[in-house]
Design a protein around this ligand. Structure first.
Ligand code: ATP
Ligand code: MG
Length: 415
């Protein structure tokens, strides 16, 4: 894409009321726009990152046998009354229309997916299966100070699995731990993300969170270095050793919850009477698990963890573009032509290139390029033209090298 055609621009300042590093950087670099506290628009650059994250998650969920659907946001009050959560969920947005009919704006979808599934499940032969979606959630978050990490409207991948018994759920749940670990690995958070024991399990004492260590986190966890798992402080009261290897050597960290998996047992099947007939024709309750990941939360966490004093730094797998091609001195037609040639050649090979073809000062272009955080920056100028080489910079390491055309193309293909 030609940067001169990009309708958004980098900005000097983020809004004065924005305190979070992730939102400040993303707004300045033109990736998101703030509509109101906890509510953001994803602009072309930000949306490209979000879609890359979405695709990684989709691949992994499909790999785990998940079937994608899309459920609505507007939920009839009665469904939420069935589970009692209409009255007990503090952060539920409630809206009513002119006729006085009340709806909830979905903060999660157990109340919708269970009655949906009930229409199709009647026998043990219909189980097990899992279904998921990418969907906007609404939550009246009180502390909307963490930028896109804690939105009042945000996109979540939520998956629900349905099983005939506890053993089948446990096997699937254990497999999902590995699937989640792979998602966080692929988006670039693997090293700092810990499988974390938290309260709220139905069978076992625990549910499991995936917590990424960062000072921007709102949770406190205790990390076991021996087996790379952690415990959430909220349950530490009765858990002073590692629940996995029983080591007592835990150290405290601040972290953000990027994902969460729950064994729900029959918590939601019971109120909706979601049952199946077993081999003997006996009615049995369906056993459920649920698995959430916040897409914006992953994006914001990557910014918090990898962003530096110059701006954003994207891992290649989720970067909005693989390469930022920066031409210096557009007045020089030879430079411009060379840039266009390279742009076409790389684009033709499927390399995603953002071409800064604008007339602006070199310093300004470089600062903006650093702010945007595209993994590779290639400069074409009169100097590089004379030398017959391209200057290539790795955004993450700052390493600069001079390479010829063939080497450059190889580097793009490699990453
Ligand atoms: P938290 O304790 O941070 O409020 P939660 O326990 O309410 O999270 P879940 O209901 O389990 O979160 O939601 C699943 C996932 O959705 C979380 O792991 C997180 O990645 C994401 N998420 C939850 N709330 C928000 C939010 N307000 N903004 C962005 N992402 C969110
Ligand atoms: Mg919450």
């Amino acid at each position: 894409m030609r940067q001169s055609k990009l309708f958004t621009k980098a900005r000097k300042e983020a809004p004065a009321d924005e305190v979070a590093k992730n939102a400040k950087l993303l707004i300045r670099a033109g990736f998101v726009d703030k509509l109101q506290a906890g509510v953001y628009t994803y602009l072309p650059l930000g949306l490209r990152v979000l879609k890359n994250i979405e695709n990684i998650i989709r691949e992994e969920m499909n790999g785990a046998g998940g079937q994608e659907i899309l459920m609505p946001s507007l939920h009839p009050k009665e469904f939420w009354q069935t589970t009692g959560r209409w009255d007990t969920m503090d952060d539920l947005y409630k809206v009513s229309d002119a006729s006085g009919r009340e709806n909830a704006l979905g903060p999660t979808h157990e109340e919708i997916v269970v009655p949906l599934v009930k229409q199709f499940v009647s026998s043990y032969r219909d189980l097990p299966f899992a279904t998921y979606q990418f969907q906007n959630k609404f939550r009246m978050e009180l502390r909307a100070k963490s930028g896109i990490l804690r939105g009042r409207e945000f996109i979540m991948k939520d998956m629900y699995s349905f099983h005939r018994d506890e053993a089948d759920l446990v096997a699937y749940y254990e497999m999902m731990k590995g699937v989640y670990a792979r998602v966080f690995e692929r988006v670039g958070l693997g090293e700092r993300t810990y499988l974390t024991f938290a309260s709220g399990g139905s069978f076992s004492k625990y549910s499991h969170e995936f917590q990424t260590v960062t000072p921007a986190g709102e949770d406190t966890i205790y990390v076991c270095d021996t087996c790379r798992v952690a415990v959430n402080k909220e349950i530490i009261a009765d858990q002073s050793t590692c629940p996995s290897c029983e080591s007592g050597d835990l150290h405290e960290e601040t972290a953000i919850e990027v994902g969460n998996i729950f064994d729900l047992k029959t918590k939601f099947s019971d109120p909706f009477k979601l049952t199946y007939k077993d081999e003997e024709g006996k009615e049995q309750p369906v056993v459920m698990g649920c698995y959430g990941i916040g897409l914006g939360r992953i994006l914001g966490t990557v910014v918090e963890v990898l962003g530096d004093d110059k701006g954003l730094v994207w891992p290649r797998a989720i970067a909005p573009f693989a390469m930022h091609l920066v031409e210096i001195s557009s007045a020089n037609t030879a430079v411009h032509e060379e840039a266009e040639k390279l742009y076409r050649e790389l684009s033709g090979q499927g390399v995603e290139v953002l071409w800064d073809d604008r007339e602006a000062r070199a310093g300004e272009k470089f600062a903006e390029s650093d702010l945007m955080g595209i993994p590779l920056r290639v400069v074409i100028s009169e100097k590089t033209l004379t030398e017959g080489k391209f200057e290539i910079k790795d955004r993450a390491t700052g390493e600069v090298s001079m390479v010829n055309r063939a080497e450059l193309i190889k580097m793009c293909a490699m990453k």
